[in-house]
Design a binder for this molecule. Structure first.
Ligand code: CTP
Length: 131
């Protein structure tokens, strides 16, 4: 049977930590769906407008060979709805969210994967910012 995996994130200024979590997530099934945070959601969540807009971020994620389907995540409160409508069997998140999505264990498996150390969008932006 086809195992459908779902994950969520902003994926701004795409970096190797993003690539690795998506490749690892895909291995928990054979169909990977990625909810990309809208610009508005990112602003409310992180207080920052992403460097790449939501259409550009979706385009980049869609082009990856490990990704089968991409959609916009409009609200953090809609996770259960997205898991249901995309018929996900497995929810994969980075361990920065450890424990936060255990409430969905009634409808799918919930797996937290370790983050790739020493890299984040925030760190990349800080590093390349001209002083
Ligand atoms: N991620 C990861 N390893 C990293 C950075 C991110 O595995 N070094 C994972 C996160 O755990 C999440 C997904 O990639 O599941 C998307 O994370 P996102 O918040 O978009 O990226 P960050 O680099 O953490 O962004 P920021 O610095 O803005 O928080």
């Amino acid at each position: 049977m086809k195992e459908r995996v779902i994950t969520f994130g902003t994926f701004d200024v795409f970096h190797v930590g993003h690539l690795r979590i998506l490749e690892r997530a895909r291995k928990f099934g054979n169909y990977l769906m990625v909810g990309v945070s809208t610009d508005a959601l990112n602003f409310s969540k992180k207080g920052r407008i992403p460097f790449y807009n939501q259409d550009e971020r979706m385009e980049i994620i869609s082009a990856l060979s490990c990704v089968d389907e991409v959609f916009l995540e409009e609200s953090l409160e809609l996770k259960r709805h997205y898991i249901n409508i995309y018929k996900a069997d497995v929810l994969v998140m980075g361990d920065d969210w450890a424990g936060k999505f255990d409430e969905f264990k009634d409808i799918c498996s919930v797996i937290y994967l370790p983050r790739t150390p020493s890299i984040s969008t925030t760190a990349v932006i800080e590093k390349i910012r001209i002083p």
